[in-house]
Design a protein around this ligand. Structure first.
Ligand SMILES: *[C@@H]1O[C@H](CO)[C@@H](O)[C@H](O)[C@H]1NC(C)=O
Ligand SMILES: *[C@@H]1O[C@H](CO)[C@@H](O)[C@H](O)[C@H]1NC(C)=O
Ligand SMILES: [Zn+2]
Length: 573
């Protein structure tokens, strides 16, 4: 995933005592929010008991010391192969991709059963698709994905252990890719390998797909894999897609008994706006009042000053459900005003109040972000700049589109263009800039723009796939030793960055981005000392193992149920 996603939680909100603050009782809160109809308010999917398939319990994966050392060995060796990618690697035949070949040789030795049972397709050279064909073609396949590539190292000397050593310190496994996301890739293959070692014969087809340039937009890997899968299976052909990402497993306070499991069920959109300005040069002893650098600076200044983006929490925003769940399951740990504020139809003020209370990371789940990231221009102190370029990055919130962002930019820039008697070409069909134009500003994008992802449905009464997925997640995480005795509340949320799933929208409407990790379990993604708690890795492995089993011969749509009928008692307040 391109950026560490951590949900800012309201730590420290637990002030004096509930009564002293005039906090309503949990029942009052629920009544306020639901007008008495408690069954519609953050209902939890029932836990899913794994089928009686005779395979060993997933519990063994998290407690067996032999399995643990096996996983340490597998993940460590995977980290040792430096499958780094940079933004200039655009040709799979480039020598720089050679480590991906080594990595795939390693996978063959680590997962011999998978390689002998699965059909392995190599897509666009290094994309990997493993197909474990099921016996029942009427069941939609499931697609489990990860990426093979990792971000480059800035300076290996800054690391506590060499970034490609795969060092295990007794708790954490260190190195580039250990938590983004060779842990996911190795976890998925291990789940399949373990099932095959027990003579698993799939009923439902399981497909593992691993791109190789996710950290550089994913066009070579996931982009090609999507074409392959769409041609082979058609649109909307997968029961669900599970990729890396999401916000892990969080608690509002470290000692809280309620754990929020937060798969990403949507992603913000994104685009980079490139401003290219061409103006006449000349000697700097006879300058115009504003050089090209001055003009570009004015544009950026106005983009930052005018018509600021605001946060919005619409009724259909997944974060609203997450907040409702917090009100219901952790009423004493959230803002005392939250329950009544959530009833407001002023979605902007509500969002602003929440963003002020919870911090900037939370804000940008609800608000389009704008960051001027690159500016270039000028070559010499005695020559006027002739070509000036700036790049402004936007992450588009769910209530907006890339076109809204582009139109806003044009509206703000047009008066400046007029003021300096420049001409403007805004977002032509091709992103090329005509070099012959002078006194001219061109607005283009870097590799197009990405709309916010369609939000995967999370109504457990209407979407049995989500109900089952979240029910399995509850079962697995409520039974791992590290979370013993806790209640796991599964709620979808939104990612501010993008994953390879941007290519998979047509394959399924149920797309989940989730590398499940407890707070502090997966550290320093994309920076020095990246590492993963090995127990966290084993817990994810247990989830993959039980998900495959639970969906293996499940009939799907028939299993719509009344959410509250078999709720375990401890889920109720
Ligand atoms: C503006 O530019 C046009 C064409 O480049 C030129 O003909 C005109 O004289 C300019 N006007 C001013 C006020 O500089
Ligand atoms: C999904 O399908 C539509 C229509 O065929 C196509 O235009 C679009 O690019 C596809 N989207 C993705 C993400 O592949
Ligand atoms: Zn990643």
């Amino acid at each position: 995933m391109p950026k560490l996603q951590l949900l800012p939680l309201a730590a420290g909100l637990l002030a004096p005592s509930i009564a002293a603050l005039g906090i309503p009782s949990p029942q009052e809160v629920i009544n306020t929010l639901t007008h008495g109809e408690t069954h519609d308010f953050c209902p939890l999917a029932p836990k899913v008991a794994v089928p009686d398939d005779g395979f060993f319990s997933s519990h063994r994966l998290v407690v067996d010391s032999e399995i643990k050392s096996r996983q340490i060995g597998r993940l460590s060796r995977a980290v040792q192969v430096p499958t780094t990618i940079d933004d200039y690697m655009k040709d799979p035949n480039d020598e720089k991709f050679a480590p991906f070949g080594d990595f795939q040789e390693l996978l063959k030795t680590l997962f011999p059963l998978t390689h002998s049972h699965a059909q392995v397709d190599h897509i666009n050279k290094y994309g990997l698709v493993y197909t474990l064909k099921g016996s029942d073609d009427s069941l939609k396949p499931i697609l489990l994905t990860a990426h093979q590539d990792v971000v480059p190292i800035n300076d290996a000397a800054d690391w506590t252990y060499d970034p490609f050593e795969g060092h295990y310190d007794g708790e954490f496994l260190w190195g580039r890719g250990s938590s983004d996301c060779k842990n996911v890739l190795i976890g998925l293959l291990s789940a399949v390998e373990d099932l095959l070692s027990q003579e698993w014969d799939p009923t439902r087809t399981v497909i593992l797909a691993f791109g190789y340039d996710e950290e550089s937009h994913g066009f070579l890997g996931a982009g090609s894999i999507d074409t392959f899968l769409e041609e082979k299976y058609g649109p909307d052909s997968f029961e669900f897609v599970l990729d890396e990402g999401g916000m892990g497993l969080e608690t509002l306070t470290p000692s809280s008994d309620v754990v929020y499991a937060l798969p990403g069920v949507g992603e913000k959109g994104s685009l980079d706006v490139v401003l290219t300005l061409a103006v006449p040069g000349g000697h700097s002893s006879v300058p115009p009042a504003h050089t090209g650098i001055g003009i570009i600076s004015e544009i950026i200044y106005e983009l930052e000053r005018q018509d600021p983006f605001v946060p919005v929490l619409n009724t259909d925003h997944p974060t609203r459900k997450m907040l409702e769940c917090q009100v219901r399951h952790s009423p004493s740990l959230v803002e005392p005003w939250l329950a009544s504020a959530l009833q407001s139809t002023d979605y902007v003020s509500l969002a602003e109040k929440l963003a002020s209370s919870r911090g900037e990371k939370f804000r940008f789940i609800l608000q389009t972000s704008q960051a001027a990231d690159i500016i270039e221009g000028g070559v010499k102190s005695n020559a006027l700049p002739e070509k000036i370029k700036a790049v402004v990055n936007y992450r588009v919130a769910l209530h907006q589109t890339p076109d809204v962002v582009k139109n806003r930019a044009v509206k703000i820039i047009t008066p400046i263009v007029k003021k300096y008697n420049l001409s403007l070409t805004a977002f032509p069909d091709s992103d090329e800039v005509d070099p012959s134009l002078n006194n001219h500003l061109t607005l283009t994008t870097l590799s197009g723009s990405l709309s916010p992802a369609p939000v995967s449905p999370t109504d457990i009464k209407k979407n049995p796939v989500w109900a089952r997925f979240s029910g399995v997640a509850r079962s697995v995480f409520e039974s791992v030793p590290s979370l013993e005795g806790k209640t796991v509340v599964v709620s979808g949320d939104i990612m501010t960055g993008n994953t390879d799933t941007r290519f998979y929208w047509n394959l399924s409407r149920n797309i989940y981005r989730w590398s499940p990790s407890r707070a502090g379990g997966a550290l320093n993604i994309h920076t020095v000392d990246e590492r993963i708690n090995v127990d966290v890795h084993l817990e994810a492995l247990a989830l993959y193992y039980d998900l495959i089993r639970s969906f293996d011969s499940w009939e799907g749509e028939d299993s719509v149920f009344d959410a509250d009928s078999d709720e375990p008692a401890h889920d109720m307040l």
